[in-house]
Design a protein. Sequence first.
Length: 343
Amino acid sequence: MSPPSVTPTGELVAVTRAALVAWLGRDDLDVQQIGGGASNLTFAVRTGREELVLRRPPAFVTPTSNDMRREWTVLRALARTDVPVPRVVRTCEDPAVLGVPFYLMERLDGIVFRSAQDVGHLDVRESRECTEELIRVLAALHALDPATVGLEDFGRPEGFLARQVRRWTKQWERTAFAEVPEIDEVSRRLAAAVPPSGPPAIVHGDYSFNNTMFHREPPTRMLGVLDWELSTIGDPMTDVGMLALYWGDIGASIWTGQQAHRANPGFGTSAAMLERYAAVSGRDLGGIDFHLALATFKMAVIVAGARARTVGVDPDRTRTLEDKTRMLASVALEATDDFAGAW
């Protein structure tokens, strides 16, 4: 596979600003890229009247990922619900503007709990309430009837888990950088052990503190759920499995620095978090071992995809992401030992 082309940040900002000036018909725009662009690219766009956020795919994408239409569709649908999301301002599918679909949404003024530093203002009681809020919103999302918000055709719940295994296996085949036998074996075991699904729901796909924003005041209330590129209709336990992955020791090994929910004991353990979800949602978590293994498998493939975007640009990061991919593959394989062939 050839390395992806990468545009320097300064040039990308300049191109984006020029395109927006022409598209919006106004010149009072300040554009700044937010974050490093490991997945979708995000820009802060300031006009004379408001602050917006632009979301677009990166230069290098894999099929079924980085879908802007999916993001803005679900955001507009959820705007009428109790699940907090930013307001979509304008969308664009014309390739003549930026070369890719993109959209503008309101810029929320809150705090994303990415690290221990981000939750330094919370005491133990407030930390517990933030975890409860994280679970409350996820359960509220899973309780929605997709048809009532116009998302009845947003996904295909029948056979969802089997397709998830196939999808992420194919994604690995597109971004594989070497032979990693553990990934192949995990894929085989997951495909052979797909459990029955419960009632389908709207699935976020990557739900965690990293992809939610909380109010500055009150600090325990969620302001918005972000980054919906993997959303669909399917088995809600896939969200729970991914959240459990982030909450556990493996999640701590993926990111550098101390995770927000490890800053103080108020955030609770992974087991307590899962118990809270079961109590609030009323859903059966009997198959959580499968979903945790699936989440770890998916994360290995996601990290491999991120690695593909660093080739030829950042050799040190490329090697780090290769090591993390192998580590996650090994952990996913070990996680399948308890249930392989159980269903």
